[in-house]
Design a protein around this ligand. Structure first.
Ligand SMILES: C[S@@+](CC[C@H](N)C(=O)[O-])C[C@H]1O[C@@H](n2cnc3c(N)ncnc32)[C@H](O)[C@@H]1O
Length: 465
């Protein structure tokens, strides 16, 4: 087995390849040399997530195994994410995926090989040469990579994050039943976030058989004018596909200067990290996001990179200190983030998603195999949290970390504690098996909750929401 040491967000894969070394250090990203060669630069985000899984995994002689999760994709999905069933033949209809694919089809213009090249180039800029990124915003081929590839890969992340927020907060759940939904997309780019929102909303309404007309009042703020033009096209296709009545207002300006009006939801995906000059957000950014969080339900989505995610975790704590809002998800508590105290950890999602046909075709060309959507998110809502339950529940924040004779998973508990819990293979029973099967992000209760973190054979592990 070969290992790749210390993969950092800014480490290009060619450099990772050079540093491949045989070792048994726990703090490594592991890969066989052939696999390193296959990894494309578009997968650097994946590499980071992969590193996270392996940081604590005791490295054995087996490669990174698929987790139990992949075998149980449908376990404990929030209702709004469930596929609708076709009333004619009972087959599942994924309204959200259909919407994103409709946008993908409408935007397909660049030949696949050319697009694949542009995707690799843009990924390089995101991961190793961020300084150049702003100067390249208007490059036609990079815009094509954003519209024709990254849009369809990023849009579904919005649904995954909203699924958790809706399950835990009325401020988010009400979005599904409104006749008019007013949202603002901050740093809207070519529309991945707004398209993801439209697709999610159509899916959530379909899951509840809501067929009344919907008016979407969509306000987008985007610095780059070429991106703003592409945004118009993509959201129009999405809204038309879902038969939403779209009222669109796009402002080509800096979101730092906007006064947030009364909105049902504010969205900001992968834009805050562009303001980072250091490891943590500036006072100015914290004050700006505090204004947003106090004004309306807010969903922030950031790349799953260690640096940007830890900055988001620290921002979360600052927002709580400033007050006037509460954290809806992913955290089950309003305490300081316990993961921040662990220097090498970052709280991010790695969820399996079915890729759209074009994303799959481009992934094939660039050699990207990982189907997981990797991202970090924070959902907040105005006003302090009303009550805190005494009953401790926990959120699974890693995949299964298998080692000889046991499976471990890091959990973040509703009392603000982070624990590495384990289930010994010989103590696995029907009643506690959910600890192994639950998806990353699942909320569970364990009864009795062990003080020593070892789940007993007689313990009952149940979904808790
Ligand atoms: C990585 S893109 C993400 C776009 C979109 N949110 C998405 O998820 O696809 C970040 C976008 O934020 C925009 N942006 C960054 N800082 C901004 C600011 N201060 N005001 C407005 N837009 C900004 C950039 O122009 C860029 O289009």
């Amino acid at each position: 087995m070969w290992f790749v040491k210390g993969a950092k967000s800014s480490t290009s894969l060619s450099r990772i390849g050079e540093r491949a070394t045989r070792c048994d250090d726990e703090r490594v990203l592991f890969a066989e040399p052939a696999r390193v060669a296959q990894l494309d630069r578009a997968s650097v985000f994946e590499t980071e997530g992969w590193g996270f899984e392996t940081l604590r995994a005791r490295l054995t002689n087996t490669p990174h195994e698929p987790t139990h999760e992949s075998d149980h994709e449908s376990d404990h999905e929030p209702a709004a994410e469930q596929a609708r069933v076709n009333s004619h033949d009972g087959t599942p209809v994924n309204v959200a995926a259909n919407c994103i694919e409709a946008v993908e089809r409408a935007l397909t213009r660049t030949p696949d090989r050319e697009l694949a090249k542009a995707v690799v180039q843009l990924s390089n800029l995101y991961t190793t040469e961020r300084g150049k990124l702003a100067r390249e915003q208007s490059s036609a081929i990079h815009l094509a990579a954003k519209s024709e590839y990254f849009l369809a890969s990023d849009a579904p992340k919005v649904a995954l994050a909203l699924g958790e927020c809706v399950a835990r907060s009325d401020a988010f759940a009400r979005l599904i039943t409104l006749d008019t939904v007013r949202i603002t997309d901050l740093g809207a780019g070519v529309g991945a976030t707004s398209v993801g929102f439209i697709a999610w909303l159509a899916n959530a309404r379909a899951a509840r058989n809501i067929t009344t007309p919907l008016r979407l009042d969509l306000h987008a703020v985007e610095l780059g004018e070429p991106a703003a033009r592409a945004f118009t096209e993509s959201v129009r296709v999405a809204a038309a596909h879902c038969e939403f009545d779209l009222a669109l207002r796009i402002e080509a300006r800096d979101f730092k200067s906007i006064a947030v009006e009364a909105r049902d939801l504010l969205l900001c995906q992968t834009a805050l990290n562009e303001l980072l000059v250091d490891a943590t957000h500036t006072r100015e950014t914290i004050a700006m996001v505090t204004r947003w969080a106090n004004a309306a339900p807010l969903l922030l989505v950031e790349p799953a990179l260690k640096g940007s995610t830890r900055a988001l975790m620290a921002l979360r704590d600052e927002l709580l200190l400033a007050g006037g809002m509460h954290v809806v998800a992913p955290c089950l508590h309003q305490q300081p983030c316990p993961m921040l105290a662990r220097h090498d950890d970052w709280c991010h999602e790695a969820r399996r998603l079915e890729r759209t046909p074009r994303v799959e075709a481009i992934d094939k060309i660039v050699g990207r195999r990982d189907e997981r959507a990797l991202f970090a998110f924070l959902g907040t809502a105005p006003q302090a949290c009303a009550s805190v339950s005494q009953h401790v529940t926990l959120r699974i924040v890693t995949d299964t970390l298998g080692s000889r004779g046991k499976t471990e998973r890091l959990v973040c508990r509703s009392d603000g504690e982070m624990r590495m819990m384990r289930l010994l293979d010989r103590e696995e029973r029907e009643g506690n098996r959910l600890f192994l099967r639950a998806k990353r992000g699942a909320i569970l209760s364990i009864d009795p909750l062990p003080e020593n973190n070892r789940i007993a054979p007689e313990a009952m592990v149940r979904p808790a929401l």
